[in-house]
Design a protein around this ligand. Sequence first.
Ligand code: ARG
Length: 567
Amino acid sequence: MDFNYGISEAIAKASGIDINEIKDTLEIPANGEMGDYAFPCFKFAKIMRRSPSLIAEEIADKIEKPDFVSKIQTVNAYINFYIDKSIFVKNVITNIIDKGNDFIKSDIGKGKTVVIDYSSPNIAKPFHVGHLRSTVIGNALYNIYETLGYNVVGINHLGDWGTQFGKLIVAYKMWGNKEAVEKDDIKELSRIYVKFHEEAEKDPSLNDEARSWLVKMQEGDKEALALWKWFCDISMKEFNRIYDRLGIKFDSYAGESFYNDKMAAVVDELKEKNLLTESRGAQIVDLEKYNMPPCLILRSDGGTLYPTRDISAAIYRMNTYDFEKCIYVTALDQNLHFAQWFKVIELMGYYWADKLIHVPFGLVSLGDGKLSTRKGHVVLMEDILNMSVEKTKNIIEDKNPNLENKDKIAEDVGIGAIIFDDLYNSRIKNVVFDMERMLNFDGETGPYAQYTHARACSIIRKAGVNKYEDIENIDPLLICDEASVNVFKVLDEFKYKIQEAAEKNEPYIVTRHIIEICKAFNKFYNENSIMNSEENVKNARLAVVMAVRDNIKVGLEIIGLKAPEAM
Ligand code: ARG
């Protein structure tokens, strides 16, 4: 039984309002005294030409009370529904026991594909904190859509082609050597890349040389391509180390170079559709009518550009995956880039232009300076991960020195803290890297959620059980106190939060709900003794603990954290 649906249906019958609209409007009041569900009538006043409170009265009068509702009450513009607690608890716990870890899953997305383009770092450049955000947000969205039954394709659109390679080849030939690159890999590549820019300021002819190497790459020159491939491999090694630690996988690594042989056809198509104009030797799509600067398609030397590759990639992805949505997770400063080429796709007459979605996020700043970039010193993502793990290790040494598998747990918690913090606010907000805050076990943090999970695991361990089947007779009537009911409410709400997170492409909705579950559980645990209670009460309460344990774990995994069983 789905209470939300049951109530929506009753309101629909009494009011004639569309049931989907009702479902979206129905709220769960923060304060249980205002009912378990509340239906605000404000937005119907205009169409129904009556005051919201009159509408509330009228609907409430006509409504046929579903069995599981104990009371219906109107307060001003709200219709409040009170659910029969024992029916509610019985319903949720039965559902949880039946479905196990599938409790929050749905099949809303069945048969539909969502493509997510995320992480997408640039080869031969450092993986920076901005890429971390893209990686972490993209991965969470991946799991969110998968939970809703979508077929998800995760793509790492690597920046593996373009002018930086010409520059790097020149730099390598002038100031680099094989041993140094093999020893310091990405750090050495960054060093010579930075040096190139410094030297090119003094001697601009270096830029021409770099361009000619890029042309060589495009023409298939063996030496140029061998160096290119080598730089790619070195970078991928570093990226993969980071992905492994973050627990991230992709279904495709088709980066920018993958579209080299696909762009000519797209350029032809743009020509045929009369979208290209020449401007100072370059080929552009004029977007003045749409208040945007032109979208650059071909450079004056015939070279392709970032938008050219994105347009080609989108067409390729549509043909290959027939997506329902294609999501791009990048920093906010790429807004214009996406707006421009999305417009070009629309002007090309593709009906699916509105299925392209840019999901931007705010900046990361490195806070107190300990992590800030000193001149010539690049802050590598790995250094940041290491620092967090190190600090976590110290906390564990301090709090629980006898813990088994300390290193593994420090890794899971230290890295989890960074991911959780990143996903705790609306994407668009800037993130300040503050390890004190992220690692505060009493704050609204990853460690707090993981610790709550570990605590639930420990209660269950001590009781000598593990699964619901190990508990004899779970009587819902014994877990109808306010704190227990609250736990079931937040658990029951979880699946709607996942849907909302997908609708808005906002993982924080899941992250925050995990905290809600933790809080409800900690309150329950403070108010209800478990091991000292009578056998049947103890059993019913253990079921609450198990439900929490399993759902926090599922939630943490969705946003990309591990859930250690002891901490
Ligand atoms: N490589 C780009 C960067 O680091 C991000 C690519 C995002 N994806 C895309 N299809 N444009 O800024």
